[in-house]
Write a protein that binds this ligand. Structure first.
Ligand code: PGA
Length: 243
């Protein structure tokens, strides 16, 4: 694992944008694995800024998002599809047909099967990840098998509470209780992984991911076994690391 510790969220976001842009510039038809959440917002903002200033093009880029709430149409303002449109897709020249987010409505098993087929046919060049305060990656909650492919997830209470606070005005009852998520085995097939984590709420999960045992109880710990992982942290997220 390559570890980069930054002074603050702004610097960490700039480092992460640099890693993404290097891939996009070196391989204009790259497959990007993308993530939602509060953490990557600034990074996407910097990618948009770069697109506007430097003309970095996404016209041959394909994107594959990690997850989506189950029960929210893509037009719902809290859906991850909507998030991606708002923060990146509508602001760069990516083609609508090259954008992939799991479908969180309708026949959910068919949606999982379709997404797995897509991922089997397209190798992801770089997979962006956040980490949950409980160590989840994507919506792979503690206890998820490392062998899982795209599947339906029952969200843990801690995840529902985190997301209610950040995105649903604190209204726990509005947060969907299920989601569809790439599995750990899909994530581990990416050629490279970029994990971005900021804030002291992530420090414990980050410590366990890097210094703890590889265990399904802390899904992100599997990344210790990936060949090409870059972890970018701010000081607070790095504050419990000892080695
Ligand atoms: P966050 O979510 O960026 O909103 O903290 C990260 C995650 O749960 O994976």
């Amino acid at each position: 694992m390559k570890l980069i510790i930054c002074e603050n969220y702004e610097e960490a976001s700039a480092e992460a944008a640099k890693v993404m842009l290097e891939i996009i510039k070196n391989k204009p038809n790259a497959n990007l694995g993308l993530a939602t959440g509060s953490t990557p917002v600034k990074m996407y903002e910097l990618m948009v800024e770069d697109h506007e200033k430097n003309g970095t093009s996404y016209k041959d880029i394909k994107s594959y998002n990690l997850d989506e709430y189950y029960g929210l149409e893509h037009t719902h303002p809290q859906s991850y599809y909507y998030f991606m449109q708002k923060h990146l897709f509508s602001k760069v020249d990516i083609k609508p047909e090259n954008v992939h987010v799991p479908k969180g409505s309708g026949d959910i098993q068919a949606s999982c099967d379709e997404y797995n087929k897509l991922l089997a046919e397209n190798v992801i060049d770089i997979q962006l990840l956040g980490i949950g305060s409980n160590g989840h990656i994507g919506f792979n909650e503690p206890g998820t098998s490392f062998d899982a492919v795209t599947h339906v997830v029952d969200l843990k209470q801690s995840t529902i509470e985190d997301n209610a606070r950040l995105f649903f005005d604190g209204k726990i009852e509005d947060v969907p209780k299920q989601a569809i998520s790439m599995g750990i085995s899909n994530i581990m097939k990416a050629k490279s992984v970029l994990l971005l984590a900021c804030g002291k709420g992530k420090a414990d999960a980050v410590k366990k991911m890097i210094e703890g045992p590889v265990t399904e109880e802390l899904p992100a710990s599997i990344l210790q076994q990936h060949q090409d992982v870059t972890v970018i942290l701010d000081k607070e997220a790095a504050s419990l690391l000892t080695k």
